[in-house]
Design a protein around this ligand. Sequence first.
Ligand SMILES: [Zn+2]
Ligand SMILES: [Zn+2]
Length: 208
Amino acid sequence: MTSALKEGFPSLREDMDRLEKAGRKGGLDIYDYFRTFPDHGEDIIKLWSADLPASPQGIALLLNQLTRMVLEKRRPDAVALIDAEWKKGYCPVCGAFPTIALIEEKITRRWLHCSQCGHDWLFSRVICPYCEHEAQEGMDFFYVENRTQEAAFSCDKCQRYLVTLNRVSDLNDHELDVSALSLTHLDVIMQGKGLTPMVNCSWNVFEG
Ligand SMILES: [Zn+2]
Ligand SMILES: [Zn+2]
């Protein structure tokens, strides 16, 4: 996996080299991370970052990719156990908040998508997935002019936002991780307004 990341993120090449080396020598115990996940995963990243040394961003990226692989493998078992009436704004499989939402055109229901494990679930359109604030007021949809399918939901109460594909025909027509990447211009705009994404991921955190 490190070779793919080196290709995708040339600036992290050195970090990946060091991680590879440490991994081969047996100096990295990935399970240290999963045992503390998700509450204290950051501590492990800090520890490794100082030990290797490697940038926390590089380590986080690699661990995120590994986490996604593990969770995707386990997802079918978890989904079978979950009550179909899941009413929370965080993912029923892995507990992460969504990275993107999709609103269907005909039945106007909202799907939330988790980029950590790839799960999609239905959620009310008038409740904030992050803080569960429920109101028509105090919630906003931001649109870019002439691009009515691209929107961002935002909540006054928790000051969070969620990029959203609006009025699309079918959930299955979209690769939502790719869509989230293609909507980063909305991340820039929303963060410029002082809002925070519901979840940080490698593409929506901007330096400076
Ligand atoms: Zn998930
Ligand atoms: Zn909220």
